[in-house]
Design a protein around this ligand. Structure first.
Ligand SMILES: NC(=O)C1=CN([C@@H]2O[C@H](COP(=O)(O)OP(=O)(O)OC[C@H]3O[C@@H](n4cnc5c(N)ncnc54)[C@H](OP(=O)(O)O)[C@@H]3O)[C@@H](O)[C@H]2O)C=CC1
Ligand SMILES: CC(=O)N[C@@H](CCC(=O)OP(=O)(O)O)C(=O)O
Length: 344
């Protein structure tokens, strides 16, 4: 099965290329770049110099001919404009951007401040949080791969919300991301001297992942959920650590939370539950598709703290996109994703 990567010169795109290169069932049909078409991939990414691919231009017919599955690893606004052309040609589209996650053009416009994708495709898209929407992903033609912060956060909170172990509002998400989460594009805020030896929050109250978090938290809890989300940038390349704080419902114990997580994730190959008293670390998941989860129910305050660690480029983007490809094609869920995390 051949796959095309649009946006192959970005961090999400080149991570997809790495995974597809090592995948037992898939191969790369074409790598597309709007800015570097005609150049060998190795000119943009010397670490991939041995791959003899030339980057191709954004030509719908050519791309549709080159693969059955089209990955968009492009900034918001690109797949919203182009995905329909591939869907109409019978292709499967897996979109790493936020263009199809929200199911509602008005909400998209409000949070992304961009022209939304066609509403009929927005409504038909399946949200690719693999552990939660497996059956839907297996049938989908358009898969909206989740955002990096929502992947970590939702994996941690959905079991607790669904089983009524925590109150729905307020739910506080305090999360930290490595700099690759912001993509490869040049910007002053990502310069070495700006990010190194520094730690700072950004987009408090206005981050575009807020409606995505609230949409799927509400869908699983059965009632509206309000989320207070504070992302931070930390001086590392990869990784997200999300701490989630919520009021436990009366009588809920640490054992209840442990049993709840075990019942949801005992057969989930990429979710690893930490033993009591141990906590997830970004280093333990780096370069892998794992999400590590830890938790604590504080008897003094009645607050549940859930902690999730993922690699933003893997479970938060390209890794989960390949997991969704596997589910969609009926291949083993872990195909091409079996590698150990990179350590140290
Ligand atoms: N980085 C991360 O951790 C995560 C990213 N995402 C999402 O995945 C998507 C890709 O992110 P990321 O790889 O980090 O971003 P990058 O900025 O690193 O790469 C995006 C790529 O898209 C291509 N591109 C830009 N504009 C256009 C255009 N108008 N038409 C076609 N292609 C275009 C560019 O390649 P070229 O100029 O060669 O075409 C660029 O390399 C984004 O939507 C992002 O929000 C989601 C989860 C996590
Ligand atoms: C560190 C950092 O800047 N991260 C990015 C994540 C971007 C992203 O994944 O955006 P979409 O999922 O909406 O496409 C951010 O916070 O905006």
């Amino acid at each position: 099965m051949k796959a095309v990567v649009i946006g192959s010169t970005g961090y999400g795109g080149v991570e997809l290329i790495r995974l597809l290169q090592g995948h037992p069932n898939a191969e790369i049909g074409a790598m597309v770049s709007s800015s570097s078409a005609g150049k060998p991939l190795g000119e943009v990414y010397p670490h991939a110099a041995h791959l003899t691919f030339t980057l191709e231009e954004m030509d719908v017919d050519g791309i549709a001919e080159a693969g059955e599955v089209i990955f968009f690893a492009t900034p918001p606004g690109v797949s919203g404009k182009w995905a329909a052309a591939f869907l109409e040609r019978g292709k499967i589209v897996i979109d790493l951007s936020g263009d199809f996650r929200l199911g509602n053009p008005d909400i998209y416009q409000q949070w992304y401040q961009r022209e939304p994708a066609p509403v009929e495709w927005m409504e038909r898209a399946v949200y690719g949080l693999s552990e939660w929407y497996k059956e839907q992903v297996a049938e989908a033609t358009l898969i909206a791969n989740p955002g990096c912060y929502p992947t970590a956060t939702l994996l941690a909170v959905l079991p607790l919300l669904k089983e009524g172990l925590i109150q729905t509002s307020p739910l506080v998400v305090d999360a930290k991301s490595g700099v690759s989460g912001a993509g490869r594009g040049l910007s002053e805020s990502k310069l070495y001297c700006e990010v190194n030896e520094n730690l700072y929050p950004y987009k408090i109250g206005v981050h575009q992942h807020t409606p995505e978090l609230e949409r799927f938290a509400a869908a699983e809890s059965g009632e509206p959920v309000k989320i207070l989300f504070t992302p931070h940038l930390v001086p590392m390349n990869r990784g997200i650590l999300a701490n989630i704080y919520a009021q436990a419902n009366p009588g809920v114990t640490g054992q209840d939370v442990a049993d709840c997580y075990r019942s949801y994730y005992e057969n989930a190959p990429f979710v690893r539950l930490k033993p009591e008293g141990e906590w997830p670390q970004t280093k333990h998941v780096r370069g892998s598709n794992f999400c590590d989860l830890g938790w604590h129910v504080d008897e003094r305050t009645g607050i549940v703290t859930a902690v999730a660690a993922i690699d933003n480029l893997m479970k938060g983007a390209a890794g989960q996109a390949v997991q969704n490809l596997n589910l969609r094609m009926g291949w083993p869920e872990t195909a091409g994703l079996e590698g150990l995390p990179l350590y140290p």
